[in-house]
Design a protein around this ligand. Sequence first.
Ligand code: GAP
Length: 472
Amino acid sequence: MSTDDSQSRMEAIVSLCKRRGFIFPSSEIYGGFSGVYDYGHYGTLLINNVKQAWQKNIAQERLDVVLLDSAIFMHPTAWKASGHVDGFNDPQIDCKKCKARFRADHLLESFGINADKQPLEFINQELDKLRGEKKLVCASCGSADVTEAKVFSLMVKSNLGSPTDALTEENVVYLRPETCGGIYLEYKNTIDSLHPKLPFGIAQIGKAFRNEIVAKQFVFRTREFEQMEMQYFHHSSQTKELFEQWHKDRWAFYLEYGIPEEKLKWYKHEKLAHYASEAYDIEYNYAMLGGFKEMEGVHARGDFDLTQHAKFSGTDLSYFDEATKERFVPHIVETSVGVARMTLAFIDNAYTEEVLPATKEGESGETRVVLKFDKRLAPIKVAVLPLSKKEELSVPAKEIWKTLSKKMFVEYDDTQSIGKRYRRQDEIGTPYCVTVDFDTLTDNAVTVRDRDTMEQVRIPVVELTSYFDSLF
Ligand code: GAP
């Protein structure tokens, strides 16, 4: 896909998301707030379904993973122990002329230089080479007056419990930059209360905050986001086998929810984050972003986390295996994915523009935009559309809506032509539309229209609930 194609796809999807109430830029009435987004009605339903799908896969359908919902605020020393206070940085460069900010590693990447997690000296050497070749210019204004790279902390500070002017190294409280921190701190309470045997996992969904230098590409990289993380505690002798198993399990999840295998690939990190001993990403081919990008990480974290927290807290976090009589600090395999990044992949994969043939509804040659989500992810499952606002149709149509909405989100729409209403439901990805027409009054049946095929079938009203039960 060319840059032009991906750009126009990006524009079309961003516009659809806003127009149809999926995703809004934050604080728009105040001129916006960069790197933060709000989810509207359909967006909220969509991300809830994405989170539910993840939780079902990672905890509900397994006996060895339990859930947690830990607080965003944690003891500040926890972030010292984890290495985030000193080491959670990105290299930043500034344009002296227009004051635009960039990530130096991303800029080098655009020249084919892999600077991922490389030291600052390496990055500055490579920048100097580009400067010497007169290739280093500001991507925003084209000026060559660009600074050296310097370290920029991604940690977001809060003044919780202390006046802002008294913020010091010792009393600063952070908004968590990843959710797994809470899992390590509740590892002991989980063991003591639920008594799981190793290997077992703790999974949680929650907000994380990062002072990203550049937050762009829609919700792909934002400063406030949600993560879905699972930490799998085990004996180090099992790491290889478990790491491979989690690779397979996470890959299978995406296939199950309709992402074709050719849109996924593994990326092995050569340079590792300070905690990781081995790290892979599942990359998704975001057509709207012009190619493969990190969606989910699967990391082997060794015993780094529990060892560090044991050291800094003075609490013993070792595990005693009754069967082998061995005491050891568990190792961890982690799976970690952003809710928005996964949701964006599902939107990108679902977004389809189709030219209607003459035989189908609507004008021949008209383009319909349809989000072909897996039915389980679709925000609205069914739309009830009476062909007229007259009471003789609205009464039975509302009755159908009432019955179906006990089980799922169902929309009721009686405005504009039926063609326009179908298009609206296509754009939000509703799998089925139920049309109540004047024949319904005599045959007690309705027309059910399928989003993807646009085929229609006539179903008796009394059978509708069981019909949809079988489809969902
Ligand atoms: N606990 C490990 C960890 O947080 P990470 O690679 O920094 O690792 C994991 O983040 C996942 O979280 C990423 O693969 C991505 O899906 C999501 N993520 C990270 N930073 C993000 C951001 N600024 N905006 C949206 N999602 C983000």
